[in-house]
Design a protein around this ligand. Structure first.
Ligand code: UN1
Length: 507
């Protein structure tokens, strides 16, 4: 495991940092166990209240300085971060794969997403555009500017231990904000590695200490962040339950939040679909990352005329899946994150059966050589109906529910008929169907695709979803606006002071 040494990870790591400096803390010790083989890879020390406060004070002070750097200069720093990530792609990808359990391909892909968002942010640093407007008053000019907002809290989940942080951090930095990151306590070492990589770039460029902060810890650290009036913006990824609690707290102090919560994503397989292509999209979407992406395909809504043939293709494809060590590129499916996740998977299967779901590919926990961690499970498929409580619920595991439809209206209603609204797709070669699905009467999700699956979004688009997914947008397009404050400016260059709306005020 030379990747640990390459990334400067030791057996016991401090977990609190203001950038290049590490701060000692008296929080609990968080141990990282790899779901790949159950090995304890290393530990970090969580933040306590004193070290947390020290970080926020530094982050606030750094903000006052960092916001004055010209945005393209901040972009240049992010460009160098992207370069450093390119240099470290191999070891960091391996660590992601080893600590989180996703396939090496996906671990490397995650680092590639970090590189991509850095590239995007570099360009963005010269494009933080505001509009100009025509004033109704003579000799007046109106325009808007986007200004940095302040310390940005980033709470990320185990399933994308580094990429989702980078979507937020790269944007926040070019926007002139400082960041305070609370990574998942299930993937603390990935955060240490990233902190070390960024620290080197920041130090070389004399970026103020406090622009890139790390506060490791569990729920209490998340609560400190959401309650902290010194943090005007909190971006959080995780369960809907966490998001509801966090957004209530942040809203209670009139702070802003960007939420990226659960998904319950479906692919509609039309009678006019290319079935071979659909199989690839559906299977990758359902079993990739062992079903632990927010964008994982959880439901297939299949036209009744192709239902039986598609079902057979699915069963055949599942029969060919290789489950095992994700660092071995011959395997398709790695482990779940931990044994708690395995328990949730088993509970969901039991509930599904109770509710009448018919498992056509059975699940189960794998045992024996190579599966010692107890985290490897079989991807499974059940015939179900959309209204079953278990189908309405997001289980973070490779359980795929399939169901039939007759008309496209019915299929769209089923696709939309869940509390979540992240990602959706239709497989069809029929233009009318595709357009209806994408129209205002179609999918109600933040992401709607044609002839690709629900997962695997690119960073160039805004990422996020509606309803219980939380409404936030991260990453590309104009998602950056959420990381800045808008200021409307009106300038009078004339010699009189006319009032808006023609109001006369003479004395
Ligand atoms: C997530 O699951 O939280 O679209 C993010 C995808 C990835 C990001 C997923 N680019 O699957």
């Amino acid at each position: 495991m030379d990747f640990l040494a390459q990334l400067k990870i030791t057996a016991l790591n401090p977990g609190v940092s203001t950038g290049s400096e590490w701060i000692s803390s008296k929080g609990e010790q968080i141990d990282s166990f790899s779901p790949v083989d159950g090995t304890k890879t290393g530990s970090v020390m969580a933040a306590d209240e004193t070290s947390y406060n020290e970080v926020i004070v530094k982050a606030e002070a750094a903000f006052r300085e960092w916001r004055l750097w010209p945005a393209p200069k901040r972009g240049e720093i992010v460009r160098q971060v992207g370069e450093a990530l390119r240099d470290n792609k191999e070891p960091l990808g391996k660590l992601v794969s080893y600590e989180m359990g996703k396939s090496l391909q996906e671990g490397l892909g995650e680092v590639q997403e970090m590189i991509d968002i850095c590239d995007f942010a570099v360009g963005l640093s010269r494009q933080l555009y505001g509009l100009t407007m025509h004033s109704e008053r003579p000799s007046h000019r109106m325009y808007e500017q986007w200004h940095p907002i302040g310390v940005t809290g980033i709470i990320s989940a185990f399933n994308f231990p580094v990429a989702v942080w980078s979507w937020n951090a790269a944007l926040a930095w070019v926007c002139g904000n400082t960041t305070v990151w609370k990574p998942s306590e299930k993937t603390p070492l990935c955060a240490i590695a990233v902190q070390n990589i960024v620290a080197e770039v920041f130090k070389k460029n004399q970026v103020p200490e406090g622009v890139n902060c790390l506060v490791q810890g569990g729920r209490s650290v998340g609560e400190w962040i959401s309650n902290d009036t010194r943090i005007p913006l909190v971006s959080a990824t995780g369960s809907t339950r966490m998001g509801k609690a966090l957004s209530a707290t942040v809203a209670g102090r009139l702070g802003r939040s960007i939420l990226e919560l659960g998904g319950n994503n479906a692919i509609i397989i039309s009678k006019d679909a290319d079935l071979d292509m659909s199989i690839i999209g559906a299977v990758f979407g359902a079993v990739g990352t062992a079903g632990q992406r927010c964008t994982t395909t959880r439901r297939l809504i299949i036209h009744e005329s192709v239902y039986e043939s598609f079902k057979q293709k699915l069963v055949k494809a599942y029969g060919q899946l290789r489950i095992g060590n994700p660092l071995d590129t011959a395997n398709h499916v790695g482990p779940l994150i931990d044994t708690d996740a395995v328990k949730m998977y088993q509970d969901a299967i039991a509930q599904g059966k109770q509710q009448g779901a018919n498992f056509i590919v059975e699940g189960g926990v794998l045992e024996g050589a190579g599966y010692e961690s107890g985290c490897y499970v079989k991807p499974c498929i059940a015939e179900a109906t959309n209204d079953m409580p278990i189908v309405q619920h997001e289980t973070f595991a490779p359980i795929l529910y399939i169901m039939k439809y007759n008309t496209l209206d019915e299929a769209i209603a089923m696709q939309n008929g869940v509390p979540q609204g992240l990602s959706s797709a239709i497989m069809t070669l029929n233009m009318r169907e595709a357009e209806q699905f994408l129209s205002h009467g179609g999918s109600d999700c933040g992401i709607a695709n044609v002839n690709i699956g629900t997962s695997g979004a690119e960073i160039g688009g805004a990422f996020g979803g509606e309803k219980e997914t939380g409404g936030g947008r991260e990453s590309g397009s104009d998602a950056w606006k959420a990381y800045m404050r808008r200021q409307t400016n009106t300038i009078n260059w004339g010699t009189t002071l006319p009032l808006a709306q023609g109001i006369v005020f003479d004395f």
